[in-house]
Write a protein that binds this ligand. Structure first.
Ligand SMILES: NC(=O)c1ccc[n+]([C@@H]2O[C@H](COP(=O)([O-])OP(=O)(O)OC[C@H]3O[C@@H](n4cnc5c(N)ncnc54)[C@H](O)[C@@H]3O)[C@@H](O)[C@H]2O)c1
Length: 276
């Protein structure tokens, strides 16, 4: 029998077909979990599901729009009939297409369809997956539910109003779930993710923008999908068994410093005190 820390566990990763979700699927599998890759993009889900079997685990790809109650209910039934249990749910799916980001703007210019879609996928989707997956977790009185949130759910910014509000709600949801089901063995936590673009996403962001964001990190570099997936695997594992109802910040210190830090650093450098 495998001694990997997630051996025999069954993990669902929503939005697992691309980006951080795909990396989470790979890392959970490398630690012994059987992985269900759920995505609206069925080809991507299938590709990731096939690739994780290289770790010697089983996998299942499910095409599912997480904003649809019918589809989520059906997805969880497929997982239950294939594996008989659910131990880990990572609510990672979010609508982040270029078109969505261009319409989810500041409040006066907000396209209400983009607002509705952000709430439907990012928030309602996470609620629906939790609703149906936790019912299965309760049968074994154990489970870890994880939510992918963002600094934009904590701090104001110029645009992405719907995205930000959906992510703010994802910091409340684990507290509700932890309070409601903690005594029955269910833990729930969020990860507040800093900028951790997949390799192929760097090119889609202007270098000036990346420089501004990098300057505001307290680490030498931006994050990587692997760094985020390692935090998710920790929250999924028994090593985090005393952590519930909280948001773990994995953002390279982006949200930890004074708003004036970058300007101060530049000023000190100009004054010849770069050793600060
Ligand atoms: N990458 C980052 O730097 C970063 C920073 C902060 C937060 N996050 C959060 O991490 C998560 C993953 O981000 P990413 O950058 O990998 O995004 P991504 O766009 O690369 O991946 C999102 C995945 O969700 C899927 N998806 C979209 N709508 C769906 C739906 N209705 N039903 C099912 N699946 C759907 C997409 O097909 C895609 O595979 C998101 O929740 C995002 O808000 C990411």
């Amino acid at each position: 029998m495998s001694t990997a820390r997630l051996a025999e566990r069954v993990a669902i990763v929503t939005g697992g077909g691309n980006g951080l979700g795909a990396e989470c699927a790979r890392v959970l599998a490398s630690q012994g979990a059987h992985v269900v890759v759920v995505d609206i993009d069925s080809d991507a889900a299938r590709e990731v599901a096939v690739s994780v079997t290289a770790s010697g685990v089983q996998s299942l790809a499910v095409a599912c729009d997480v904003s649809s109650e019918e589809q989520v209910k059906d997805m969880v039934e497929q997982v239950k009939s294939r594996f008989g249990r659910i131990d880990i749910l990572h609510n990672n799916a979010a609508v982040l297409s270029v078109d969505q980001r261009q319409r989810d703007r500041d409040i006066c210019n907000l396209d209400m369809q983009a607002w509705d879609r952000a709430i439907a996928v990012n928030l309602r989707g996470a609620v629906l997956c939790s609703k149906y997956a936790i019912a299965v977790m309760l049968e074994r009185k154990a489970g870890s539910v994880i939510f992918a949130t963002s600094g934009l759910g904590m701090q104001g910014d110029m645009s992405l109003t719907g995205y930000a509000c959906s992510k703010a709600a994802l910091m409340m949801l684990p507290r509700s779930i932890a309070a409601q089901y903690g005594k029955q063995g269910i833990r729930a936590n969020a990860v507040q993710i800093g900028l951790a673009p997949a390799d192929n996403a760097h090119g889609s962001m202007p270098p000036e923008l990346l420089d501004i964001i990098r300057d505001n990190h307290l680490t030498p570099e931006l994050g990587t999908p692997r760094q985020i997936a390692d935090v998710v695997a920790f929250l999924a594992s028994d090593e985090s068994s005393f952590i519930t109802g909280t948001t773990l910040v994995a953002d390279g210190g982006f949200s930890s410093h004074t708003p004036s830090l970058v300007a101060m650093r530049a000023l000190f450098e100009k004054m010849g005190r770069s050793g600060m």
